[in-house]
Design a protein around this ligand. Sequence first.
Ligand code: HEM
Length: 351
Amino acid sequence: MNKVLTWFDDRAGWNRPIRALLKYPVPEHAHKNPMFAMGSMLMILFLIQAVTGALMAFYYDPSPEEGGAYSSVDYIQYTLRFGWLIRGVHHWAASLMVILIVVHLLRTYLYGAYKKPRELTWIVGVLLFFVVVSFGFTGYLLPWDQKGYWATKVGTEIAGSVPMVGDTLRSLMRGGEEMGVATLTRFYAVHILVLPGAFLVLALAHMALMRRNKLAPPLMRKTGEPEKSVPFYPTHLVIEAGIALVMILGLIWAASQFPAPLDLRADVTDSSFVPRPDWYFLFYFQLLKYFPGDLEAVATVLIPLFFFGSLVALPFVDRGEERRPWKKPITTGAFVVYAVAIIILTILGAG
Ligand code: HEM
């Protein structure tokens, strides 16, 4: 084995950089707190999505015709051996990714990890958040069932109601005026090519920035106090591998107990169908109800701009040294308002 590795290293010279990556010191407070493993779990979930997605792509047919997308997903779910498992894991890992990205965002937020010199790490994180949510939005249409079709119709109509550029945006997303073969092709291309590419570039940049600037110190650490650390390999990796194993077993269990749903095939003439998005978009669907007619642009443009804008602006607004949330009433208050509003809207939307 050693001979093979030496042969390989003589030609590639990867031994040293790989060792340097693995030797990275992990601060003790991060090693002991599973909340600090959420970033790595997100990376593992992405790999799980890539593998299960590639396996499904062998069978998936991105066409809205009879015998196309819907039948291929039906085949994967009910006929293909272990198809239910692959699709189930892909389904539940998508939801888990949204949950963990929120947990990770909250963890970094509460540690004030967005402050100098980590502003860029935070901003790249906000972009990753956008990419993860877009995976959910584009994936929802792919089975071409009632749920996915009608939710996407509403989703693209929301984009269409944006003042000035709305029409262009909607036909760009749909590939024309109406939803059809071009829409499905575009959503599929974005889902399997554009978003994974963007994710990889952003995630690598995110981690390079994180390593360069190191993790933020614990909240209560006095300045100047020396910080203990453990090596990433093997000490910290064992912990992360353990958490990843539990997560993977949990996904397999979820896929076996709660099969990924598949509604009836999309009936484009059935306008009585009540559109229902995936759970993490429920709050937004609910919010839209409060802004009918001329007010729609408030919910489609102003609120999302304000929400993402405030996330991007956070490191430049909250610039003081103080990182303890209880000493920063304004940012912590804003956080509570966002969290309560999203939770209440989600509950109302689900009801
Ligand atoms: C799927 C997307 C993401 C991946 C794969 C990812 C990955 C990671 C990893 C591996 C770390 C180091 C360990 C840890 O703290 O967990 C980290 C740190 C960090 N992440 Fe993310 N992250 C993602 C999304 C986000 C988002 C949405 C934000 C915030 C908007 C964010 C902000 C940060 C910050 C500020 C740090 C530095 C933490 C510190 O210094 O304590 N990340 N990320």
